[in-house]
Design a protein around this ligand. Sequence first.
Ligand SMILES: Nc1ncnc2c1ncn2[C@@H]1O[C@H](COP(=O)(O)OP(=O)(O)O)[C@@H](O)[C@H]1O
Ligand SMILES: [Mg+2]
Length: 383
Amino acid sequence: MSTTPLLVDRLIDDRRTRIIVCCGSGGVGKTTIAAAIGLRAAERGRRVVVLTVDPARRLAQSLGLTSLDNTPRPVAGIRAEGAGSMHAMMLDMKRTFDEIVESHADPDRAAQILANPFYQSLSSSFAGTQEYMAMEKLGQLRRADEWDLIVVDTPPSRSALDFLDAPQRLGRFLDGRLLRLLVAPARLGGRTGFRMLNAGFGVVTGAVTKIIGSQLLRDVQTFVSAMDTMFGGFRERAEYTYRLLRAPGTAFLVIAAPEHDALREASYFVERLEREEMPLAGLILNRVHRSPAARLSAARSLAAAEALQGLDDGESTWLGITALRLHADRMHQAESERRLARRFTAAHPLVPMTQVPAQPDDVHDLNGLRVIGASFAADKPPG
Ligand SMILES: Nc1ncnc2c1ncn2[C@@H]1O[C@H](COP(=O)(O)OP(=O)(O)O)[C@@H](O)[C@H]1O
Ligand SMILES: [Mg+2]
């Protein structure tokens, strides 16, 4: 089965590409690949901003992300062609949420919401908030129109689905029936015509109070009343971002490691993107192992080790045996990775794929990112 190659360079050189979203399960290299793509695109002449979510500390430092201030900062040390430039930012989820509130409510009301304990817990712990805020920030960056390419790293969600669900989920949550019921007594109170209704809600509220406690309920009610005027704004923004994600200038890249679990997650993700009609550009298989001495098979390597074992027990013999065995291991691993990749391709024959070799060390500086980026060159030998 032959794979369609994923031409990342063609994607980043195409001026129509405005947004690249890197997604996949945790630990596969999303943040690294997003930064490498951003750097390569900048060095090839594009004005890039990379939105990272959880960069490792040393990578963050080399991107100049020393403070978490939620605004893009220029990255020093890039060797850009033409007008190329690179900014990077680290998502501060709580700060982004606060910014939405501040931009949708007058200052007094905003202060009231920000101080509300329910808001504070929602904004920092509601499942999916991080995904939603990443999307919100993406919308903001796109509207700012200062960059011609936005590369988005995504949160390390346990379930990759959270990410796509987030905009609607938060919208649903805030529009949710429970909240409407909770807030109803506060809104209807005092209007005699609604006395009956009010009594009905009182019963509901009573039951809810038992479950969540009266102080919390009051917090929720104040919060929701205060947020009421913002509902429309939230929904509109979520819908704007959702449309942005499906627009022709957007490309989704699914990142996976050549491991069983990561590829299973990748399959799931690819299917979900297809179902949502999101513009999937392809799969990047990251941390692929390949041996420069691939002509020596694992079997022959092991046979040679065996033969050496019979010779003598000098140090160089021992080293030779160790090297041959390591080589055999490496070849077995490469074979199993190829098998997994083939299986993925068989299941998704139309999804273009490219591979990024495993580096001997973690990737934490611009040079490391350049090495990763070099595997996106269109003329590299087929993997
Ligand atoms: N091709 C690669 N070779 C070697 N190490 C890599 C490679 N890609 C990523 N890494 C390392 O793997 C770790 C996880 O990568 P990261 O990008 O943070 O993953 P994710 O964002 O998907 O959780 C980091 O330490 C990173 O330096
Ligand atoms: Mg990450």
